[in-house]
Design a protein around this ligand. Structure first.
Ligand code: UD1
Ligand code: UDP
Length: 369
């Protein structure tokens, strides 16, 4: 049983679900927690994923406590009814951790997809760092995207059943990006982007809400005034706390488009045609390097050092002046830009889901023998 509940988990789990469904030796069941609603449904629709259960727990301005309590209570019923051989969770959300905990309470083994990412700072990203550490403690099988992630687990003495598989986000990316792609989003379709450099912005992280997000938005505002030829496109997360800040600071900026969340096909195609990505998202740090678009990370750390080491991602923090300075360099210096604008893809070959399915079957056969 695959359990997930937010947009990024869905983008990275749907390719795996497809792979499990296609395998006649596996009965695949999908249980959504519904931690997200509209943003999750967008992904489910694109990948045409069959959903068996939806706990539908989302509330406006939900807290970590309400998500935790609701998922734990509601998932228990489903687990008792279905009694799966294994529960698969993804990454570092509260859905992931609590689903792992709920499975543990039923003594059902857990497989952790995207295992072993670490910043080693308990409070950053918050609560994701602790969510993935705790999920890793509970999990029996660990599917790590990179060798570096495997080593992180080794440092915690987790060495059994750890498999380096690549990241399923690359599996997803391969199915969405097309040369002749036409946007579904009306604003994107009507925007004349010919010859215009597009800067794709996303920011939503909990630890950035409030002052850091205000600083980020001020930086975008300054940059758009300094470089009126650039087009900044910010698909806003549905969190009201994000939208209030973004609209308050950027609402009247001529060069900034504040738009609704894009579906994943529009998003991936827009990203691949962008000049620059500025983001605090995890997934974008994996996707943009794969298409040769430089990324400025609007955070103080990253659990994804692979593309930083390869030189296409730079962590710039959340101070307005630092963000402006680093973006200015890329906008004004062809040399600086070219240094960052080469395609690197440390996250796999697009076959991660196949490998995970194979390891699951091997593990099951061994268990049964
Ligand atoms: C969650 C994850 C974060 C992940 C992010 C991806 C946790 C603690 N956080 O954070 O790791 O990076 O998802 O986007 O698990 N909302 C809607 N409709 C939606 C989705 C959200 O209206 O489809 C609004 C609701 O008011 C909700 C709020 O956004 O209460 C916050 O959602 P929540 O899942 O709590 O936090 P995220 O910041 O999305
Ligand atoms: N994404 C999307 N539409 C948007 C913004 C993001 O489809 O409007 C995709 C993005 O390409 C990536 C994933 O959602 O695959 C990242 O999700 P998010 O930023 O919500 O979470 P994070 O990666 O920070 O956990």
């Amino acid at each position: 049983m695959s359990v997930f509940g937010t947009r990024p988990e869905a983008i990275k789990m749907c390719p795996l679900v497809k792979e499990l469904e296609a395998n006649s030796n596996i009965e695949s069941i999908v249980c959504l927690t519904g931690q997200h609603r509209e943003m999750l449904q967008q992904v489910i629709d694109i990948f045409d994923t069959k959903v068996d259960y939806n706990l539908d727990i989302m509330r406006p301005r939900q807290t970590l406590t309400t998500i935790t309590a609701d998922v734990l209570m509601k998932l228990e019923e489903v687990l008792k009814k279905v009694q799966p051989d294994i529960v698969l969770v993804h990454g570092d959300t509260t859905t992931s951790f609590v689903a792992a905990l709920a499975a543990f309470y039923q003594q059902i083994p857990v497989g952790h997809v995207e295992a072993g990412l670490r910043t080693f700072d308990k409070y950053s990203p918050f609560p994701e760092e602790m969510n993935r550490c705790l999920t890793g403690r509970i999990a029996e099988l660990h599917f790590s995207p990179t060798e570096n992630n495997r080593r992180n687990l080794e440092r915690e003495a987790v060495v059994k059943n750890v498999f380096v598989t690549g990241n399923t986000v690359i599996d997803a990316f391969k199915t969405t990006v097309r040369q002749d792609y036409q946007y579904k989003n009306e604003q994107l379709r009507n925007e004349n982007m010919d010859g215009r450099r597009v800067v794709l912005v996303t920011a939503h992280r909990r630890e950035n809400l409030g002052e850091p997000l205000e600083n980020i938005c001020r930086a975008i505002r300054e940059l758009s005034q300094e470089f009126p030829d650039l087009l900044f496109i910010y698909p806003m997360h549905l969190n009201p706390a994000v939208r209030e800040t973004a609209r308050g600071i950027l609402g009247d900026c001529a060069g900034v488009r504040l738009i609704e969340p894009l579906d994943v096909e529009d998003m991936h195609n827009l990203m691949s045609r962008s000049f620059l990505v500025m983001t605090d998202s995890g997934g974008l740090q994996e996707e943009a390097p794969a298409c040769g678009v430089p990324v400025l990370v609007l955070r103080t750390e990253t659990e994804r050092p692979e593309a930083v080491e390869a030189g296409t991602v730079k962590v710039v923090g959340v101070k307005t002046s630092d963000i402006v300075k680093e973006a200015e360099k890329l906008i004004t210096s062809e040399e600086d830009y070219q240094k960052m604008a080469h395609a690197v893809n440390p996250y796999g070959d697009g076959h991660a889901s196949e490998r995970i399915a194979k390891h699951l079957l091997d593990w099951y056969s061994e268990k049964m023998s």
